[in-house]
Design a protein around this ligand. Structure first.
Ligand code: AGP
Length: 605
């Protein structure tokens, strides 16, 4: 997704912008640019490609400006090109704008402006913004931006500078935006990571807010009606180096190895004295709810499928898990007796956000599980559970998944206990087992050689299948997503019992398959399915928590994982899948952290 950065102060604004944009690279982009105010003019440098191309432009044409804005673009309207890169100018080149989001009504605005004689140079939706601001501009940039954004439909986080004034005006609707407060200087960004090296103090503007930043008056925030409002300043306790690789080759490997601590921190955040406190301020009496929906995308959806098992087991009401982009268009039974749990690492996924709003309109109680404090999903939910995974930079989600499973297990226990469906002894057993999970994850991380070796074996195949039953099937689905999205090997997960109903036609000599076997009661059945694959020449790796003689005789390789309680086994069992994908991607020479075609946060539909 696009990223925006702005700076106003005494430091070298352009350098700060470029450093800030580097911290946003993880969002995925195809071009970058910056604009700075120099005297009574605005200079723009922008180009297609990586940030290094922009740095080359900057080095050829440096200037130490006190005010600047910058942008990394993930193309939605108009192909990646120099002219379509942001920032965009108005006709007089006195107003420059950077934008993250999509202006849904840009066609009608553009048509109207062209009829008034405005000349457009790009194919982007964004370019209507500086021209629209210009149409209201009479020297008061704030007022012009306020009038312009009222006409925009869709999503935007924008930063605007003008040649006529020493200020930055920003505005947001749906897209994320934060305002950082330094030592007499100010930052505007899509994500706190862009400014964490300089400050930990941030404001989180609400939808509709317009913000003016100036040396003279500091930060002034106005709501959608133009009233001056006060927003709470928050202290973001993430270290700047959290956004660096800390010695690992890739963010993904760093984040895989952070999972023991991420799970431990998430447990500690909500558990004390062998009790759970989720601090759900807005939930009504649990007895009024007769159904639960878990709604998410991608990896978060897989975590939801795992969470369903525990919530139905302990809270004993039906749970439907759905993909947000489907749910938002078809969820006929959501009502005021529904609990809708939204899971989103970024808290900015457009489809998940739309599902949230539909659910609230239908009267449901909306609980979100996100990894980003102050994210839009978090702020619009009735209550939020924050996973304490720390920033997840790699596009392939890893520690978010394992901490989401932990959070869902806590929700299941919490609801189960309040509803009286779980005895004290059962609750205590669950809590004891939960506390063992971080160590079980560490155990898997100590023994990765066989995983690396098997990644080398599978790396040249063009297809691979995961099989499993129950919880193991979902672990396979998440493993398949990891492998396909970063190694580009076509990978699909099947219920083990389903192979004979069609998919086994895909198996030929040496076809690689990975069987997940952590559910004791289903192991025998899955081993029978493995034999079906072996009979057709498949090469089968088992990720198993119990190594039996039968299993050793049946499969080609075994990657052991520790046994764990109930759905919690998904936490240690997913690590070999994550690492297989990581190493296969490396061996295929791919960009592990920024795989092709993908973005870290899909803030467009
Ligand atoms: C998973 O590895 C992918 N990065 C992707 O499927 C991701 O899980 C999905 O886009 C949902 O993102 P969210 O959790 O930020 O909403």
């Amino acid at each position: 997704m696009c990223g925006i950065v702005g700076y106003l102060g005494e430091k070298d604004a352009e350098k700060i912008i470029i450093e800030g944009l580097k911290k946003l690279e993880y969002r995925g982009y195809d071009s970058a640019g910056l604009a700075c105010k120099i005297g009574d003019s605005v200079k723009i440098l922008k180009c297609k490609g990586r940030l290094s191309n922009l740095e080359e432009l900057f080095e050829k044409d440096p200037s130490s400006a006190p005010i600047a804005i910058g942008h990394t673009r993930w193309a939605t309207h108009g192909e990646p090109s120099d002219v379509n890169s942001h920032p965009h100018f108005n006709s007089s080149k006195k107003i420059a704008v950077v934008h993250n989001g999509i202006i849904e009504n840009y066609h009608s605005i553009k048509t109207e402006l062209i009829q008034k004689g405005v000349k457009f140079v790009s194919e982007t939706d964004t370019e209507v913004i500086p021209h629209l601001i210009d149409s209201f501009y009479d020297g008061d940039l704030l007022a012009a931006v306020q009038k312009a954004v009222r006409l925009l439909r869709g999503s935007f986080a924008i930063a605007v500078i003008s040649a006529d004034s020493d200020e930055i005006v920003a505005a947001r609707k749906e897209s994320p935006l934060v305002i950082g407060v330094g030592d007499g200087d100010y930052y505007v960004a899509s994500d706190v990571l862009a400014a964490l090296s300089y400050t930990k103090r941030f404001y989180y503007p609400e939808n509709g807010d317009v913000i003016r930043i100036s040396k003279k008056n500091g930060i002034e925030i106005f709501d959608a009606s133009g009233n001056a409002v006060v927003r709470e300043e928050k202290y973001v306790n993430i270290s700047a180096d959290a956004a660096t690789k800390c010695g690992y080759d890739h963010f993904m490997l760093k984040e895989i190895n952070e999972q023991p601590d991420a799970c431990a921190n998430t447990i500690l955040r909500y558990c004390y004295d062998n009790n759970i406190s989720l601090d759900l301020k807005n939930i009504k009496d649990l007895s009024r709810y007769n159904k639960i929906y878990i709604v998410a995308c991608g990896t978060a959806y897989h975590a939801g499928l795992i969470g369903k098992i525990a919530i139905e087991k302990y809270f004993k009401i039906p749970v439907t898990v759905d993909i947000a982009s489907e749910f938002r268009y078809y969820s006929p039974f959501v009502d005021d007796r529904s609990i809708v749990i939204l899971i989103s690492q970024s808290g900015e996924t457009a489809d998940t956000l739309a599902a949230l709003r539909n659910s609230k309109e239908a009267g449901a109680y909306v609980l979100s599980i996100t990894n980003v404090v102050g994210s839009t999903v978090a702020r619009e939910s009735d209550d939020v559970i924050t996973t304490i995974a720390g920033p997840e930079i790699a596009v392939a989600s890893t520690k978010a998944f394992t901490t989401q499973v932990v959070a869902l297990f806590l929700v299941a226990l919490y609801f189960g206990r309040i509803s009286g469906n779980i005895s004290d002894s059962q609750f205590d057993e669950c809590m004891d087992e939960l506390e063992k999970i971080p160590e079980k994850v560490r155990e898997v991380l100590k023994n990765t050689d066989i995983i690396k070796q098997e990644a080398m074996h599978i790396k040249d195949y063009d297809q691979l299948f995961y099989i499993g039953r129950g919880c193991d099937r979902v672990i396979g689905m998440e493993g398949a997503l990891k492998l396909k999205e970063i190694s580009y090997i076509y990978t699909e997960a099947f219920p083990a019992g389903e192979m004979k109903h069609g998919p086994i036609a895909l198996i030929q000599k040496d076809t690689p398959a990975i069987a997940i076997i952590t559910q004791k009661d289903l192991a025998e059945k899955t081993i029978s399915n493995i034999k079906e694959l072996k009979a057709r020449g498949a090469y089968v790796i088992a990720i198993a928590s119990e190594i039996t003689e039968e299993l050793e005789k049946t499969v080609d390789k075994i990657i052991p994982v520790p046994e764990a309680f109930g759905i919690l086994v998904a936490v240690p069992a997913i690590l070999p899948c994550q690492l297989l994908a990581y190493y296969a991607s490396i061996f295929r020479g791919n960009d592990v952290d920024k795989p092709r075609n993908l973005a870290k946060s899909v803030t467009v539909e």
